[in-house]
Design a protein around this ligand. Sequence first.
Ligand code: 5GP
Ligand code: ZN
Length: 112
Amino acid sequence: MDCLFCNIVKGEIPSAKVYEDELVYAFKDIAPQAPVHVLLVPKKHITSAQTLTPADDALLCHLFAVARHIAEETGVADTGYRLITNIGPDGGQSVPHLHLHLIGGKALKWEN
Ligand code: 5GP
Ligand code: ZN
């Protein structure tokens, strides 16, 4: 399977790394929607939040912990930020590998 974010995790496609550990890789979105726009992906391929299983519970908890850490590091923890995960076509998911968008650094509007 040829997956863009798996290839980014493997380093086969360059990215601006923000954070990495054994389970999670985080990098700057190529088309940022705000001053801070980081993508957090599990290194394991999971298509979307819709395909998570109970075996992924600890991973998902860790993903949110990493998000909190990155929010601190990028200076948006106190001002606030948004975590978004798009699911499927109507959800606007363009890359079918589970990811959290961490978006902040300005007051965000709600748009659908
Ligand atoms: P989705 O639309 O699936 O929720 O989010 C995919 C995100 O990946 C988009 O915000 C898009 O800008 C970003 N993206 C797509 N291709 C690349 C890439 O090659 N490198 C990086 N850093 N981001 C990408
Ligand atoms: Zn993948």
